[in-house]
Design a protein around this ligand. Structure first.
Ligand SMILES: NC(=O)C1=CN([C@@H]2O[C@H](COP(=O)(O)OP(=O)(O)OC[C@H]3O[C@@H](n4cnc5c(N)ncnc54)[C@H](OP(=O)(O)O)[C@@H]3O)[C@@H](O)[C@H]2O)C=CC1
Ligand SMILES: CC(C)(CO)C(=O)C(=O)O
Length: 300
């Protein structure tokens, strides 16, 4: 597992809890912390604490069968360098980042065949002592071959990841799932950071609902222009999902802002905005949410 942060620590701990052989690639500060405290998860599905197997970049190790990437988008270039020595021919790279642009970057470095698709739906964060806190019932991870094939390696991976105390499933349309998640999170992180509120109170305002619907429409228009494999009527499907989210659900971008951390807005809203400009599409709400986060980043 490349990274032992909010999602990497959560899914890694769940896999280790099941008995899988998981090594976490960490940097020195996190390593010191984990050696002192162990890897601790506080979860609505039950807490778990493990003594993690740790590796830091440059240390000797055999290559890994699977490398799950769980860093932020702005840490991708560095982590790709760091994992290179541990990726051999046949190593499968499974990224869990939100967004889509990282797939191109990963295939460029590791080759088309090595990289499969992946995503997760979970609300989790690191608290000040490094504990992973998972707060709402959803803890879903999806993975699959990018071309949807039911290959031998994907069946093997399904066996390894299955039976874990988290909802981990194989998808034969993972790229579509990733675009759908991308549209959802771009809207969700956009409105929650703009309104500085969890999703519930935003939906209680009629204008809040309209804002969510409008930004979903803008995102959809850009994705259609990019020939992304999205379903017809995606904005209504995503809006419905937004209505079903826990009242207090926040986005990880919003939590990052609450912790005064850097955000992934360039990777999420920024990428779509750049495409909208290229194709001369009018996306006022995307512009507004992106500017809001960039102003926050400039003031950090
Ligand atoms: N949190 C959530 O609820 C969800 C997040 N996501 C997505 O998942 C991705 C990860 O987010 P999240 O888990 O919240 O982020 P975190 O910041 O909590 O975790 C990222 C971790 O990666 C580590 N890391 C970064 N670079 C390296 C490196 N070169 N070597 C080793 N470790 C490294 C960081 O370690 P260090 O301490 O050294 O900085 C950090 O612990 C994002 O794309 C996000 O959008 C998706 C769904 C939900
Ligand atoms: C959709 C959501 C809010 C939870 O999975 C998410 O992906 C995030 O916070 O990054």
């Amino acid at each position: 597992m490349a990274g032992a942060g909010a999602i990497g620590g959560y899914f890694g701990a769940r896999l280790a809890e099941k008995g899988e052989d998981i090594t976490f690639l960490v940097r020195s500060k996190r390593k010191e912390q984990l050696m002192r405290t162990g890897l601790n998860v506080q979860s609505v599905h039950g807490d778990v604490s493990i003594t993690p197997k740790l590796l830091t970049a440059g240390e000797e190790s055999d290559p890994f069968d699977v490398i799950i990437i769980s860093t932020k988008s702005y840490q991708l270039e560095d982590v790709m360098e760091d994992i290179k020595p541990y990726a051999a021919k046949g190593t499968v790279i499974l990224p869990l980042l939100n967004g889509i642009e990282h797939i191109t970057k990963l295939t460029h470095v590791f080759g088309d065949d090595a990289v499969i698709g992946g995503l997760c739906f979970i609300e989790t964060t690191l608290n000040s002592d490094g504990t992973i806190v998972q707060t709402s019932p959803i803890h879903e991870l999806k993975f699959g071959e990018r071309n949807g094939a039911q290959t031998e390696r994907i069946n093997r991976l399904e066996k390894v990841l299955g039976g874990t105390k988290a909802n981990i499933t194989m998808s034969s349309k993972i790229i579509q799932d990733m675009w759908h998640k991308y549209s959802f999170i771009t809207a969700m992180s956009g409105v929650t950071t703009l309104m500085r509120s969890a999703i519930g109170p935003i939906r209680e305002q009629e204008s809040g609902c309209r804002t969510i619907q409008m930004i979903l429409e803008e995102i959809y228009a850009v994705m259609l222009r990019l020939d992304a494999p999205v379903i017809e009527g995606l904005p209504s499907v995503q809006f419905k999902k937004m209505l079903e989210m826990d009242y207090g659900m926040k986005s990880s971008m919003q939590r990052d802002m609450e912790k005064s951390s850097l955000t992934e807005t360039d990777h999420l809203q920024g990428y779509l905005l750049q495409k909208a400009q290229q194709y001369e599409l009018n996306v006022p709400l995307l512009n507004a949410v992106y500017t809001n986060v960039k102003l926050y980043e400039a003031k950090r």
